[in-house]
Design a protein around this ligand. Structure first.
Ligand SMILES: [Zn+2]
Length: 81
């Protein structure tokens, strides 16, 4: 397996992960877990990570979200010519 194959596999996996993020951008907040030391540190009812929503974006979901927004903007701003 050559470098090209590895690169192609990585691009493919990133693409699949991007689609996955589009479908399910959120996951249960790991900082809210019962008995979590960090959750207790955050304390006071609200979690610093999810602000009490119990859901956080997956890693990379924010970038996928921004990419989607810019793609949509590009689509909206396409010329009529
Ligand atoms: Zn949380």
């Amino acid at each position: 397996m050559g470098v090209i194959h590895v690169a192609a596999a990585v691009v493919l996996l990133l693409g699949l992960y991007g689609l996955f993020l589009l479908a399910k951008p959120y996951r249960t907040c790991r900082w809210c877990k019962k008995g979590s030391f960090l959750a207790r540190l955050a304390g006071r009812g609200r979690c610093w990570r999810c602000h009490g929503h119990k859901l956080t974006r997956r890693w990379g979901a924010w970038h996928v979200h921004k990419a989607k927004l810019s793609l949509r903007q590009a689509w909206d701003e396409r010329g009529d010519d």
